[in-house]
Design a protein around this ligand. Sequence first.
Ligand SMILES: [Zn+2]
Length: 278
Amino acid sequence: MNWPTCCTDLKIKSIVGMRRSGRRIQTPARTQNQLEAVKIMRNYKIYPLHLGTINRDNTNMMYMCEPGKKIDIPLIAWLITDGKSNILVDTGGTAADGIHYMPYMQESGQDIITQLARHEVIPEDIQIVVMTHLHWDHAGNNRLFQNAVFYTQRKELEYAVAPLAIQKNAYNYKLIFQTQYCVLDGATQILEGISVIETPGHSPGSQSVIVETEKGPYIIVGDLIGLYACIEHDPMIVNGLHTNLFEYYDSLNRVIASGCTILPGHDPKVLEHEAYPM
Ligand SMILES: [Zn+2]
């Protein structure tokens, strides 16, 4: 299958590869490459949008850790704005209908339109949507953003077409393929102050979004790091759903080494703050 190649192709260099180990590493001074990836430019604010809650076994977020323990984890998308540009990272899951993806709860006001309205943004205002990956709980509302250019990694689209049978349920085909994507092949600057780097492991085409703010760069990592606990543990713990553990630990180490402030994909703690930087 041929996917169109994106025209935004100001490439940035990948953050240096780190050893494939689960042990947390000391954060070194930033290398020149890392500075290239995050230098700049414009000061963005990042707003987590709470789009519902799913109840899952702890092993879903932390591979093989405390099986039988059930945890509530929020579905989160991220609004990034500097007052001129409006960017979304992920779009959350579809409305909780009491049938699919259960247990899945959505309180009143946790739909993405209402969550954006809290920041005086309507779907038509969104110019760019960056997909950390295409799982159902990250790509469920793509169809609402008709004016936006969507960015995903080519490897993610290719895997979504034909995933391992055991991971098919993670992708909602009907919704994913309603959207045209601007396909990326590796690290790319999306806008001044907003870049992506490849962080595979949870899925082959997972990517993380680096956002420049007045308090330094933040990184939105999707499900590479679902909970802060995953990287606080020594050795670090991967998501229960993964496609390559060697790539996964390499991605974790590069994200840690970047020195960026990490925003996990499903940690209730990120919702304790209205905006980042705080
Ligand atoms: Zn996922």
